[in-house]
Design a protein around this ligand. Structure first.
Ligand SMILES: [Zn+2]
Length: 362
């Protein structure tokens, strides 16, 4: 956690905020700090007494900390200095598709897309070009219909961190990347704060190769672990909210849009990309936007997730908070590399909205 981000963003206790109270967090203890970056310490809430750890530089600011820690203890405390041969053996012994292998596959796909274009060991000739996430972000920023008001930027679901780094480089503003995935947040933090990327790149099956290289780190970006549905911030602090391929991974997308609107300053913008790739594991069926079969709220347009999203961002009974569509939506192709011979292709929907601005007619 960069101290500059902590002082500028003034986080509040996520547990108190869910109860409707804004209680500032204080640095209760700093155990390891260098160059204004706290690598280990504790943040505390004086109102409720809750304490939140800063672990390997990542503050963990979630409302139900005991539950999050129980679910993620393995990821938070797992060693990252295991040699490739031992890692491969552990992955094989614990079974493909689970544990270490599942983490490696996930980090391989996103680590590659986010950072492989800066990896000198990449020889090219892949079936997919790396940096798709960077191009989709550029499309979203180029499409912003109005200049941003003053203020910092929050990049929700930042994954391996590339969009967070790009936002800082392109705007020169303070940018905070937020994610709930510990393995990806670790990659993101190492990249945007430490200027270094290390991940295992999947070739095929259980065969991975370790990659380690330097990347540009601007000093204006940081990464925290927090829940997009319960952001640890007071109202109206941010000029721009970005969320790429996040909305369809949340348990309540409508509540998330309201939360994005809450933390935006009046006139602030929200830029979203989502492939509407719903899964019951992430989002209960009742909360899918227009993705249900049969008769939905959209009548005969039941499969039009984009119309359902539009309704949430328009004036009327379905409006999800203060965000209103600020220009016509767009589409972008997005391919994720799985291994040497496989990739997945999405058509991701691009949406622009703003706080306190009337929506455009369709
Ligand atoms: Zn509290």
């Amino acid at each position: 956690m960069r101290l500059a981000h902590f002082h500028a963003l003034r986080p509040v206790c996520p547990a108190c905020r869910l109860q409707g109270a804004l209680a500032p967090l204080a640095l209760a203890c700093v155990e390891e700090e260098r160059d204004e970056i706290v690598r280990s310490g504790v943040l505390g809430c004086e109102a409720c007494g809750n304490r939140y750890p800063i672990l390997d530089g990542l503050p963990v600011l979630v409302p139900d900390l005991p539950r999050f820690l129980s679910d993620n203890l393995f990821y938070l405390t797992m060693r990252r200095d295991l040699t490739p041969g031992v890692t491969a053996l552990l992955a094989e012994a614990t079974g493909p598709g689970a544990g270490i292998d599942a983490i490696r596959q996930h980090v391989s796909s996103y680590g590659w897309d986010h950072w492989a274009d800066q990896d000198p060991a990449e020889a090219g000739g892949e079936q997919v070009e790396p940096g798709q996430v960077s191009r989709v972000l550029a499309q979203l920023l180029d499409g912003l219909p109005a200049p941003l008001p003053d203020g910092p930027i929050i990049d929700l679901g930042c994954g391996a961190g590339r969009t967070t780094a790009d936002l800082a480089e392109r705007t020169g503003r303070l940018v905070l990347g937020v994610d709930l995935s510990v393995p990806l947040a670790r990659v993101a933090w190492d990249a945007v704060v430490g200027g270094h990327v290390a991940y295992e790149r999947r070739r095929a099956g259980l065969h991975f190769e370790r990659r380690s290289f330097s990347v540009r780190a601007e000093g204006k970006a940081d990464v925290w672990i927090a829940d997009a549905l319960a952001l640890p911030f007071a109202d109206e602090g941010f000029a721009l909210v970005t969320a790429l391929n996040l909305l369809d991974c949340l348990r309540d997308p409508k509540a998330a849009l309201a939360e994005f609107g809450r933390v935006l300053t009046p006139g602030g913008a929200c830029a979203l990309a989502t492939p509407f790739d719903w899964s019951g594991a992430a989002t209960p069926l009742a909360n899918w936007l227009g993705g249900r079969g049969g008769r939905g709220a959209q009548g005969g347009e039941g499969a039009r997730c984009d119309l359902a999203l539009d309704a949430l961002l328009s004036e009327g009974p379905s409006a999800a908070g203060a965000l209103r569509r600020s220009r016509a939506p767009g589409e972008a192709e997005w391919r994720i590399r799985l291994h040497d011979r496989s990739s997945m292709q999405y058509l991701t929907h691009l949406s622009w909205s703003a706080k306190g601005q009337p929506g455009l007619a369709a």
